[in-house]
Design a protein around this ligand. Sequence first.
Ligand SMILES: Nc1ncnc2c1ncn2[C@@H]1O[C@H](COP(=O)(O)OP(=O)(O)OP(=O)(O)O)[C@@H](O)[C@H]1O
Ligand SMILES: [Mg+2]
Length: 356
Amino acid sequence: MFYIKSIKLNNFRCYKEFSLEFSPKINIIIGDNAVGKTCLLEAIYALSLTKSHRTSNDNDLIMKNEEYCFVKGSFFNDKDEVVTFSLSEKGKQIVKNEKKVARLSKYIGYYNVVMFCPEDVELINGAPTSKRRFLDINIGQINPLYVDSLSKYKKLLKERNQLLKDLSESGSFNNELLAVITNQLITEAKIIIKYREEFIEKINLFFKDQVKAISLGKEEALIKYKPSCTVEEIEKEFRSKEKLDLITKTTNSGPHRDDFAIQYNDLESEFASQGQQKTFALGLKLALIDILKEKSNKIIVMLDDVFGELDINRQKQIIKMIEMDYQIFITTTSINHLDSEVLKSSNIIKIERCSE
Ligand SMILES: Nc1ncnc2c1ncn2[C@@H]1O[C@H](COP(=O)(O)OP(=O)(O)OP(=O)(O)O)[C@@H](O)[C@H]1O
Ligand SMILES: [Mg+2]
């Protein structure tokens, strides 16, 4: 049995100082707009994945005009455990059971988090950036080596783009350093592409079934990986784009340009209706739970502002699918749209405002 027992926040977003206790099963957090419901889920998310689900800028997590933030989570993991996440200008730190974690990549995904939020439809029809973020966070939850390769790749990409700029400004086109960095970049790119291929192949096995179940057999859909270039062709691709890279002073191919698309009924998701988009988004997250649970049972599921939007049948269906083993957090502004059975078995937490 794994769950978060309580949380303590310090200078985290709108919370100056705040603590809360949770139930091991369903927790429903109710409060008006802007009282700090999403911030609360974000803090639980950051305790595991060491980052926010809604921003890539860590500093946003620190309360305005403050210098650090701190989150402490008390867990039950067959025994009591404590994890703290802190952030300041010195960087990010995770302390688990009083021991500082030396490498975050080894810690990320220590417990798994799946967050359902209104922005999920961006995974169906949004910009490739959101889709790559989905891949990166979730493959990273499963494979620490992916996190390592990705951070090396990002660093090398920055170096390569800077070098392209320097070279094109100095007018010299034959550079050994460029070849060295390109080769290193390709090495990491191949690892990233392989992991992404594997992940998408795997999630498809579950995604197909989830979409069928949610749509009561009406929809069939698959995720199609659209890599900027394949492992087999990446060397050729980089060679053929080198001139263009120098002219545009940027790297035009590679995993940082990858994308994926949802295909249904021989169509791509740009044609999907709003209802279909929601079905696919929900299916994607449920499929993610299916994948994560193969790895571990330490999963926390969060439904930020999406549950009350579902009809009662779907609410029941979702709870049935995830309730068995996992602690669940649901946020909502109103209790009225929630299924009474779900309400009965839930711990209701009312939030009036961020700080007391
Ligand atoms: N770094 C920060 N410093 C101070 N306040 C912040 C910071 N980041 C966000 N806030 C504030 O925190 C408040 C709560 O935001 P949050 O997104 O958690 O609201 P919410 O309860 O989820 O609302 P909604 O129901 O509209 O989704 C907002 O008023 C926001 O402006
Ligand atoms: Mg919110």
